[in-house]
Each structure stands twice: as structure tokens, then as C-alpha cells.
Write a protein that binds this ligand. Structure first.
Ligand SMILES: [Zn+2]
Length: 391
């Protein structure tokens, strides 16, 4: 059966267009048309909304498995305070609590109008939910660990997770966590690893915190002091992070077909010069609410925008956010920067879909695309989700 959804206005993933309605069959868009008031009566099964029709949102950076840490952490204390809390609290919850939180927040994201998620994975915890979810997940199996002597065992563990996700029909890529969290040996394991996926998409936490900025700008960092004091690493074990950081970054960017650099809270103009060789392969993923939560600071969105239009949005985990809502992320950007609603909507839909390699199904309101649609309102530079349209 055909259905027709008409709204006051329509954003097609890239821009506001003259058409204002979609014809849908079997959850697919058959046609995008303009229907005037007079023509409405000619269409059967027409539903008329007073709002703006946009594609389903794409969340390009999340850690669904950490959902049980919702409202457990204090905000604003910086990255080391955040890591302290993660270390103290991460293991205080039962598998049942973890599973309940994952189930709840997978549904909540769907209700928040999110149709696809680039999700960081450290464990098997989310596998079962993802197999049956209405959301499409692109899984980034994330490797980290600073001890050289257990790198092989650790990497094999990550591979087991990677293979389990893939053998259950889920999309997965192996990715390094950040420039500061892999041992020399683990970097070399990653270097030698051949991804079995047809495309390899990278995801990398980058320039997230003040202490990570120190690592790039000097030969000491409070982050390293923290690793030494808390986990008894020797400076020798961490030396490569200073010495080889640029080489690792370049290698990571070369290895993948394209890459997400996530956060960029402390990204500066000089970094963009260094990244310019890879300009076509980089998506900058912004997670502004998480940046405010951890560092009480926002990335220089206008600087990034002047460098590229490949910008997409993420929520990060509930350890550092109050909600998993792309609308909330768009609103923080609209509040603090001279950026239009049309631009952030593109970041939240088609750009996110391209970044995750799913732009043939998601991110656009066009013929043959999935009819996963949202109805929004924009007032005084604020976006409200009126309804996530489900069938
Ligand atoms: Zn993250």
C-alpha cells in the first residue's frame, strides 16, 4: 500500500527543497513530490504534518556498551578526572544492569530519530541487541593498551570480538583508540592487520583534551604522569607516544579508505596544515555535549568548517552525556556558533551517512531511500524533534 506524507517543508539531506511530500511503499521512498493544498484531495492515504520533514539522523560516534554509566560521573573536571571516574566505576555494575541499559538506550536512540550509529566496541556486550535492533550499527572494534608484553594476547581478544560481530552479520572495523593509548607493540599489531571488510573506515579519538594537546605540543604531559602514577608505567614504555605520534597518525590515515577524527576540541590551525594531505579522506566528528561535559570547552567549529565540509556529529557515551540525541548536539552548535540550521542538518544526516559508508540507504530523502523520517520544527535557531515517523 502506498502512503503519502506531506509536511510544510522538506530538507532532503543537503538542503531545503521545493518539494514537500514523499510517497512511500514498503518502507521505501518511491517519489518526492510537491503537493499544493488544492491537490491534497487527489492523494489517497495522505497524512499532513505541520512541520519540516528531514531524513533520519546518523550518530557517528557512540559507545552504546557504556550506557550503564548514565548519570554516574561528575562533569567539568577535565580528562584525567574523567579517566579516574572511569577506572573507579566501570566495573561496579552487573551484566544484567549493563544489558538493561543497552536495551533501553538502543530504543531511546531510535525514539530520538536516530537510524544509524557508528559505535565504539570494546566487548561483546552489545552484540545481541544490535542483531535485533531497528538501528543500523557500524561497529568500530577499538584497541587500546599500553603494556608491550600483553599486546599479542590483547590484540587476539579484540580480534575475537571483531570476528564475532562479523560472523553475526554486523559491520565491523578494527580501529585504534587514540594517539596516546596504544603500546608500541599494539601499534605494530594494528599496522600488520588486514581488515576483511570491503572498506576500512577508521575512527580515532583526536585532540579531545587539554592534556592530549600537551602531548602534541611538548615533551611532557599530565596524561603521561597520570599513567605513570596510577598504573606504574615506566617513562620508557610511554616514550614512543611522544616520539612517534605523527608517524602513527599518518599511518592511521593512510591505512583506512577514509577516517573519522572524533572530538577535535583542541584542534588548531597548525594541525590542519599537517592534515591537509588527507583532506579528502577525513571526516571531523563533533561531539559538543561530551566536550562540554568533560573539558567544559567546545571545538573551533568555524576553523574546521573553513577547512572542510566533511563534518558529522556524534553523542559519545552516556558516561559524558545526558542523552543520546543528535538534535541536542545540533542545538549546542547552533547556540554557540554562526552556523545555519541547514548546515547542521546536513552534518546530522547525509554527511553522517557518507562518513559511515551507508549513503546508499540513509541520510537522504530521495527515491529508493529508506523512509526513515523525522519531523522537526526550527524556531529562534533551535531545532525540536516533533515526531520520529514510524510505520
Ligand atoms: Zn568516544
Amino acid at each position: 500500500m502506498y502512503r503519502v506524507i506531506k509536511a510544510r517543508q522538506l530538507f532532503d539531506g543537503e538542503r531545503f527543497v521545493p518539494e514537500n511530500a514523499v510517497v512511500i511503499k514498503d518502507n521505501k521512498i518511491v517519489e518526492v513530490v510537491h503537493i499544493s493544498k488544492e491537490e491534497e484531495a487527489q492523494w489517497e492515504n495522505i497524512i499532513i504534518y505541520d512541520g519540516i520533514l528531514v531524513p533520519g539522523f546518523v550518530n557517528t560516534h557512540c559507545h552504546l556498551e557504556l550506557s550503564y554509566l548514565h548519570q554516574q560521573f561528575e562533569s567539568g573536571g577535565g580528562m584525567i578526572h574523567f579517566l579516574h571516574q572511569m577506572f573507579d566505576k566501570r566495573h561496579n555494575f552487573s551484566q544484567q544492569q549493563i544489558q538493561e541499559a543497552i536495551t533501553h538506550w538502543d530504543k531511546q536512540m531510535y525514539n530520538n530519530g536516530i537510524v544509524a550509529v557508528g559505535d565504539i566496541v570494546n566487548s561483546m556486550d552489545t552484540l545481541h541487541i544490535k542483531k535485533n535492533s531497528a538501528i543500523e550499527y557500524i561497529n568500530f572494534i577499538e584497541i587500546f593498551g599500553l603494556k608491550n608484553n600483553n599486546a599479542e594476547a590483547l590484540f587476539n581478544q579484540y580480534l575475537e570480538v571483531y570476528n564475532s560481530f562479523r560472523s553475526n552479520g554486523l559491520k565491523a572495523n578494527v580501529v585504534p583508540h587514540s594517539p596516546y593509548s596504544l603500546s608500541k607493540e599494539l601499534w605494530s599489531k594494528y599496522r600488520n592487520f588486514k581488515d576483511a571488510s570491503s572498506v576500512s573506515i577508521g575512527s580515532f579519538h583526536f585532540m579531545e583534551s587539554r592534556v592530549e594537546r600537551q602531548l602534541w605540543d611538548s615533551h611532557s604531559s599530565e596524561l603521561m604522569d597520570y599513567f605513570v602514577n596510577k598504573f606504574r608505567y615506566t617513562l620508557k614504555e610511554l616514550e614512543h607516544l611522544f616520539k612517534n605520534k605523527k608517524e602513527y597518525l599518518n599511518f592511521y590515515l593512510q591505512k583506512n579508505d577514509w577516517s573519522l577524527l572524533v572530538h577535535n576540541t583542541y584542534l588548531q590551525e597548525k594541525d590542519l596544515d599537517a592534515l591537509s594531505t588527507y583532506q579528502d579522506k577525513i571526516f571531523f566528528c563533533l561531539c559538543p555535549n561530551a566536550n562540554l561535559f568533560i573539558e567544559n570547552r567546545l571545538p573551533n567549529v568555524l576553523l574546521i568548517k573553513s577547512f572542510t565540509d566533511k563534518i558529522c556529529l556524534g553523542t559519545d557515551s552516556l558516561a559524558s552525556n545526558y542523552n543520546l540525541s543528535i538534535v541536542d548536539e545540533m542545538n549546542v552548535i547552533l547556540k554557540h556558533f554562526d552556523v545555519s540550521a541547514e548546515e547542521v542538518l546536513k552534518w546530522a544526516t547525509s554527511n553522517g551517512a557518507v562518513a559511515l559508508g551507508i549513503q546508499n540507504k540513509y541520510g537522504y530523502i530521495q527515491k529508493n531511500y529508506l523512509a526513515s523520517l523525522n519531523l522537526i520544527e526550527i524556531k529562534d535557531k533551535r531545532i525540536d524533534l516533533v515526531e520520529s515517523i514510524k510505520y
